[in-house]
Design a protein around this ligand. Structure first.
Ligand code: PMP
Length: 372
């Protein structure tokens, strides 16, 4: 039996159409060179910039290509903190480590972490004090799929005169993302979460927002991300963004239907599993907590059966600490360790889902039999 990949929030399979579009650009010219080879590469980057901008409702000139969202988040947050001379930053307790750890590592910066409810949704404060210079709230959480009230935070940030950043990695290509409707100043996204290549991301910077550059060494990407551009990866990002936008509605409906299939089968087979479902969520993600079995053991059991899933955040798997996201939602250490994440991609089928739940039931029951 072919393996079933259900770890899309860690990374998605490369779309073969994206791969085709990338291939001619692997050995192309330097996009900064004025000769024909360079101009052709520059045009390809510009077309990709248009496609990424269209995905988020932005102007192309405001899109800066990066090596991924980790770098985009760092350029945004450190750049904004330094430009504003900010002494305090506000974020949620469930941010991705590329936001949380980046902020926490800034010497002298007071980082206030907004609590979340049991479903992982950030609890909006009444107001933000004017001492807050930068606010960062992710659009969709990578572990639970919970969609955060970003536009409400953006309003508070505006009232406090703070710069508003959102990590939209898990939302882009899954739900409609529009920078104007969100009211944010900075937005990060990543190609490999939408069937594009790894190593390509983007930071959208609203015109007029000041960022202190992290790097020096060139004027590429408006001086915010100097270095010769990875044209093939950027072209791949552009193609992935185009396909993601064209398929947005169909993909959502597909995931919503598959969610019903997944949850019904899970409730029938393992009724004591807690499913962390936020009221507004990305429909491809299921965060599950079992009362009595370790997530790591379930992951390994499923892997042997041919299914790829994750425990908590895939980005930190291998780390000893249980998920900070689930802990922030009120789960104890044990609960966080007894959790797995199943995340569907654009081509996940109903049979993938039903087979995965059947294997999950077998694995969990097998582990129970072992320990019982
Ligand atoms: N933010 C979120 C919410 C993510 O899920 C990820 C990827 N795990 C990142 C940022 C980092 O993205 P990249 O892999 O492109 O650096």
């Amino acid at each position: 039996m072919a393996r079933v990949y259900l770890d899309a929030n860690a990374t998605t399979p490369l779309d073969p159409r994206v791969r085709e579009e990338m291939l001619p650009w692997l050995g192309c010219g330097n996009a900064s060179s004025p000769h024909l080879e360079g101009r052709v590469a520059r045009d390809a980057i510009d077309r990709a910039r248009d496609s990424v901008a269209a995905l988020i409702g932005a102007a192309a000139k405001e899109v800066v290509f990066t090596s991924g969202a980790t770098e985009a988040n760092a350029i945004a947050l450190l750049g904004a903190v330094r430009a504003a001379g900010a002494r305090r930053a506000y974020c949620t307790a469930v941010e991705h480590p590329s936001v949380l750890r980046t902020l926490l590592a800034v010497p002298g910066l007071d980082v206030v972490e907004c609590p979340v409810d049991a479903a992982g949704v950030a609890l909006l404060p009444e107001a933000l004090t004017e001492s807050v210079g930068v606010v960062s709230v992710m659009l969709a959480n990578n572990e639970t799929g919970s969609v955060q009230p970003v536009s409400d935070f953006a309003r508070l940030a505006r009232d406090a005169g703070a710069v508003m950043h959102t990590d939209a990695v898990q939302a882009c290509g899954k739900i409609e993302v529009d920078v104007a409707k969100l009211g944010v100043d900075l937005l990060a996204c990543s190609a490999h979460k939408m069937h594009g290549p790894k190593g390509a991301g983007a930071l959208w910077v609203r015109s007029g927002v000041e960022l202190a550059p992290l790097y020096s060494g060139g004027e590429h990407e408006r001086g915010l991300r100097p270095g010769t551009e990875n044209v093939a990866a950027i072209v791949g990002f552009g193609a992935a963004a185009r396909f993601a936008l064209a398929g947005l509605g169909a993909r959502r409906t597909r995931w919503e239907n598959l969610s019903v299939v997944f949850l019904e089968a899970l409730r029938a087979g393992l009724p004591d599993t807690a499913v962390h479902l936020a009221p507004v969520r990305i429909a491809n993600t299921f965060s599950l907590t079992f009362p009595d079995v370790e997530g790591e053991a379930v992951l390994l059991g499923l892997d042997l059966e041919g299914f790829a899933v994750a425990t908590g955040s895939a980005c930190s798997s291998g780390a000893a600490e249980p998920s900070h996201v689930l802990r922030a939602m009120g789960l104890g250490r044990d609960g966080a360790e007894r959790s797995v994440r199943v995340s569907m991609h654009a081509d996940t089928s109903a049979s993938d889902v039903t087979r995965c739940v059947a294997a999950l039931v077998r694995v969990v029951k097998g582990l129970r039999a072992l320990s019982g």
